[in-house]
Design a protein around this ligand. Structure first.
Ligand SMILES: Cc1cc2nc3c(=O)[nH]c(=O)nc-3n(C[C@H](O)[C@H](O)[C@H](O)COP(=O)(O)O)c2cc1C
Length: 192
């Protein structure tokens, strides 16, 4: 598939088939992630692939986190819907920046700068995953609602770095209508 065609075709998939993703397809998606550009070529990423019976444990940890925040009066809103996607997807990949720390810990200026660079690098890796998945006929959803289970999921995975996002993957069981986009002219300023 042409790159631009994959960019146009990629959509967030929230209904997945139960079919497993073949290992070679999964490895190609992960390889695409590691080929992303990164600030100073630091490659500040680490991937935890959750599948099989471990998915049930993931759901328990996510729910625990949401309950904890809910009991503190924090609105976990959309995460309830994302939970359903996580539950269906045969594969969910947690993406960490292992060189950083919990996002709510205080940081000095240089650490903030480094984290800003790193989060862009990890974002590039995630987008590469989504585009590679599209190219391979695999549906995907980029998920940040996992923040609502942040502490529980990190402890469960045994990772002390910064959790950036999760990506659920599988074959799509629906074809969503494309979401609206701001016209290029509205978001572009030519300075000349
Ligand atoms: C950083 C980021 C975080 C996102 N987190 C979630 C999420 O937690 N749950 C969800 O259902 N969708 C999530 N999405 C998907 C967006 O809702 C989706 O990309 C957007 O609505 C545009 O739709 P499209 O991806 O089909 O073009 C996220 C997307 C991005 C880029």
């Amino acid at each position: 598939m042409e790159t631009f065609a994959a960019i146009v075709k990629r959509q967030s998939i929230r209904k997945f088939k139960a079919d497993p993703i073949p290992q070679d397809v999964l490895e190609k998606i992960l390889t695409a992630a590691t080929l992303a550009p990164s600030g100073k070529n630091k490659q500040p990423w680490k991937f935890y692939v959750v599948r099989g019976e471990k998915r049930a444990e993931m759901m328990v940890e996510m729910q625990k986190g949401m309950d904890r925040l809910g009991s503190q009066g924090i609105n976990t809103g959309s995460a309830r819907y994302t939970l359903r996607v996580l539950e269906q997807a045969p594969v969910t990949i947690f993406v960490f920046n292992p060189t950083s720390r919990h996002p709510l810990l205080p940081r000095d200026r240089l650490e903030v700068y480094a984290d800003l660079v790193d989060v862009q690098s990890v974002g590039a890796a995630i987008e590469n995953m989504l585009l590679a998945a599209t190219d391979l006929g695999v549906g995907s959803l980029w998920i940040c609602d996992v923040y609502f289970g942040y502490e529980e999921l990190c402890a469960w995975l045994g990772e002390k770095g910064e959790m950036i996002a999760a990506v659920s993957l599988s074959y799509a069981d629906h074809q969503p209508r494309p979401g609206p986009r701001k016209p290029v002219a509205d978001v572009t300023v030519y300075v000349e």
